[in-house]
Design a protein around this ligand. Structure first.
Ligand SMILES: Cc1cc2nc3c(=O)[nH]c(=O)nc-3n(C[C@H](O)[C@H](O)[C@H](O)COP(=O)(O)OP(=O)(O)OC[C@H]3O[C@@H](n4cnc5c(N)ncnc54)[C@H](O)[C@@H]3O)c2cc1C
Length: 341
């Protein structure tokens, strides 16, 4: 096709899902173009909490990660007036650095392009009349154009699983190096967080299921103000004015559909975030790799094995079993969702 860029696979979106998918495809010998509407490094609203399993999935030693990485020895969970310090090894990253690093590491051809139209063309897909490939992977986040054009009719996002989140990341000489999570405070159907980061950065935020929040006549702003007041009172922040910004995404619902012909969805575009903590980076990376493997081996995309629960990684033994049972009781972990191995 004249004037049309071609590849084996076009990945729409260069976040963790897209870069993980591109990395695996390129290692498997495929020519990949990643299209992203932003120029990297770009800002992504996110607390940037990552588990050791994320580095494992990436085949990356945390010690070899070249940008800022903060290690937590504790997650401090606050709920129903109780405080539970959980000993665990977890990390925080700055997404502006992490996503840029992963995308560069993929060695993909990255083109800045805001995808608007996707049409079936012959055996493949034509994007905005300018890019063609036999396979297209939608890794464009919540409002991914691949979902909009090729999936929406038979895979609409489930509004009852929509998370609204508001947050701010700012330079701050924090003193408490632990990650704090406040669950269900003042009827919040979600949690608020305090996530310190390397290099003197702090991320604060609040996330909740949108529908129950609306039904309770609440909004995120009032919970944000409550968090800031609480942290000020505890001496964990100073009295500078803090204004947060918002974003929404979808939690994991059920099996697929993640594939339509040779088009695929991964990460937030597929609604992969965990049901309990809304963790999206790990599921994005795992789904990107799983879809790449499906393409490389000519098999259907298999995302069922990716756990829909963060507790599967955070806890083990009886604590995991007990927590899963509690989540079922609360309706957070329905029975039809896949079980951890
Ligand atoms: C406030 C907040 C806090 C969070 N905290 C955490 C956390 O601590 N830990 C965690 O694991 N998860 C967290 N998440 C979830 C996590 O951020 C997402 O699940 C994750 O970023 C999904 O990655 P992705 O690659 O699917 O999408 P994204 O990271 O959103 O990447 C999508 C990419 O697609 C590009 N794109 C979009 N539209 C187009 C288009 N039309 N054309 C071309 N390119 C396009 C975008 O520019 C972007 O670069 C949080 C989310 C929010 C909102």
């Amino acid at each position: 096709m004249n004037g049309v860029e071609t590849a084996d696979v076009i990945v729409v979106g260069g976040g963790p899902a897209g870069s993980a998918c591109a990395t695996a495809l390129i290692r498997g010998g495929r020519k990949v173009i990643v299209l992203d509407k932003e120029s990297f490094p770009r800002t992504k609203l996110c607390a940037g909490w990552v588990s050791p399993g994320v580095f494992q999935a990436l085949g990356l030693d945390p010690a070899a990660y070249p940008a800022g990485l903060h290690t937590f020895d504790h997650l401090v969970v606050h709920a129903w007036g109780m405080t539970l310090p959980l000993r665990t090894r977890q990390y925080s990253v700055r997404r502006v650095e992490f996503d840029d690093y992963l995308l560069r590491r993929s060695n993909a051809t990255v083109i800045r392009h805001d995808v608007r139209e996707i049409a079936r063309a012959g055996e493949g897909y034509l994007i905005d009349g300018a890019f063609h490939a036999p396979h297209v992977v939608g890794a464009g986040g919540t409002r991914c154009p691949v979902h909009r054009h090729l999936f929406r009719a038979y895979s609409p996002h489930n509004k009852t699983l929509q998370i609204a989140a508001t947050e701010l990341e700012f330079p701050f000489a924090w003193r408490d190096p632990r990650c704090h999570l406040w669950f269900f405070d003042h009827g919040l159907p979600g949690y608020a967080w305090y996530v310190p980061k390397a290099g003197g950065w702090l991320n604060l935020g609040v996330g909740a299921l949108s529908e129950p929040l609306r039904q309770r006549g609440q909004n995120l702003h009032e919970h944000w103000e409550r968090l800031v007041t609480r942290l000020g009172r505890l001496g964990m922040i100073d009295d500078r004015p803090l204004t947060a910004a918002g974003y929404s995404y979808f939690l994991r619902e059920r099996s697929g559909p993640w594939q339509n012909g040779n088009a695929f969805l991964v990460g937030d575009a597929a609604g992969m975030a965990t049901r309990d903590l809304g963790e999206g980076i790990g599921p994005a990376i795992r789904s990107g790799i799983a879809v790449a493997e499906g393409i490389l081996h000519g098999q259907p995309a298999m995302l069922d094995d990716i756990s829909p629960l963060s507790v599967d990684e955070l806890l083990n033994g009886t604590r995991r079993v007990a927590c899963r049972a509690l989540l079922r009781l609360l309706g957070v972990a329905p029975r039809q969702l896949p079980q951890a191995a």
